[in-house]
Design a protein around this ligand. Structure first.
Ligand code: 5GP
Ligand code: ZN
Length: 113
């Protein structure tokens, strides 16, 4: 997807501090962090949002969770706690139409919505 910011980050066309990469996903810090730890876990495949995941495609979600858990341990927030958030659609405030999971932690958080 040529106009997709996250596809361009994955391809290296937009500079980002890639902190994890394998054949299925990448992770990099959110450019506008909302907490001391705020990392985006992004599948390499351009999938618009979680709504496009059926039973067959949902395996990527399990992988994203596994990556997030590993990064949470590396960032030292596994015990203090963290949130994994994925937004879908306008009411959720999805701004980038390429599936991603926010790993947020390092501070006490309020209600979810
Ligand atoms: P959404 O609202 O779609 O769930 O989250 C998109 C997130 O991507 C936002 O938190 C925003 O700060 C982040 N973001 C948008 N553009 C860029 C970018 O070019 N680089 C990085 N690292 N993060 C971005
Ligand atoms: Zn994309």
């Amino acid at each position: 997807m040529p106009d997709c910011i996250f596809c361009r980050i994955i391809k290296g066309e937009i500079k980002s501090d890639i902190i994890f990469r394998d054949d299925r996903a990448v992770a990099f810090p959110d450019v506008y962090p909302k907490a001391p730890v705020h990392i985006l876990i992004v599948p390499i495949e351009h999938i618009p949002s979680v709504a496009e995941l059926d039973e067959a495609k949902a395996a990527i979600c399990a992988h994203m969770v596994t990556v997030a858990n590993r990064l949470a341990r590396e960032q030292g927030i596994s015990e203090s706690g963290y949130r994994l958030v994925t937004n879908r659609g306008p009411d959720a405030g999805q701004a980038v139409l390429h599936l991603h999971m926010h790993l947020i932690g390092g501070k006490e958080m309020g209600d979810i919505a």
